[in-house]
Design a protein around this ligand. Structure first.
Ligand code: 6PG
Length: 246
């Protein structure tokens, strides 16, 4: 009986350095193809530690950066210079190196006084900027991570966020001590991605990956299972310890 199915392509590499190299090259190819074929490429970045090395290598890739628009998958309810800010770390690893016009960099306003209004504004920006598919923005590249608890973006186990279908971006209330208030893209938007890359490094990712790849399981228990519903290409780029080896 089949108990596990990896939805998409699995790129299993030996270590974090190779995860970064594989991710940067593959993301760059999708962005390059999109700018060449449509004159626009939309990229949505997750936070966390894992993707930073990939972002730094991506910044050095040769592509038409002036045609790339950068969004965020999620953001903490902090300002852009706060050490917890996903924007802050993307700026240090990608934005300060890649020649992306400031007008193309669309940070999520985590420090907005009204996060629900900020979420609605961000959704409107996405609808205006990204190419649509099926009436929804279809981002060319969405970079995702997976938390040890099986969360992705800022959709956490047991919380209602994963079940929202009438919004593309929402505010997530704080649930201390697990997480502060956030802004996050939701399932309908992430599922409409043209290409999703999920990066996972380290032995602590092995169990949540198993829960995502297991045939049995629920979105509420493991929100990263939304990757099973992504209509575009899904590429898992993991190191051997995340794959349960060594
Ligand atoms: C965030 C991310 C989050 C992240 C996972 C994995 O804002 O924290 O968007 O979803 O991808 O928590 O984080 P690591 O890469 O640090 O393990």
């Amino acid at each position: 009986m089949i108990t596990k199915v990896v939805p998409g392509q699995l790129v299993a590499t030996i270590d974090a350095e190779h995860v970064a190299k594989e991710a940067a090259a593959r993301i760059a190819k999708v962005l390059r193809d999109a700018t060449l074929s449509t004159g626009l490429a939309t990229l949505a970045l997750s936070g966390g530690n894992t993707p930073r090395a990939a972002y730094a290598l991506l910044a050095k890739e040769a592509l038409e950066w002036t045609k790339v628009h950068v969004f965020w998958v999620d953001e903490r309810a902090v300002g852009p210079t706060d050490d917890r800010s996903n924007y802050r770390w993307a700026k240090a690893s990608l934005l300060d190196t890649a020649p992306i016009p400031a007008a193309n960099i669309h940070g999520m306003p985590g420090d907005a006084p009204d996060l629900d209004a900020a979420a609605r504004d961000y959704e409107a920006l996405l609808r205006k900027t990204a190419r649509l598919d099926g009436g929804l923005p279809a981002l060319d590249v969405v970079v995702l991570g997976i938390g040890d608890d099986g969360h992705t973006a800022s959709m956490f186990p047991g919380e209602p966020t994963i079940e929202i279908t009438d919004r593309l971006v929402v505010a997530v209330p704080a649930a201390q001590p697990k997480h502060e208030a956030r802004l996050t893209m939701t399932t309908p938007l992430i599922e409409n991605a043209r290409a999703a890359f999920i990066l996972a490094v380290g032995k602590d990712k092995s169990a949540p990956l198993e829960r995502v790849w297991s045939v049995a399981g629920t979105l509420k228990e493991t929100p990263a299972r939304i990757t099973r519903g992504i209509r575009g290409s899904v590429t898992w780029i993991i190191d051997k310890t995340a794959g349960g080896l060594g």
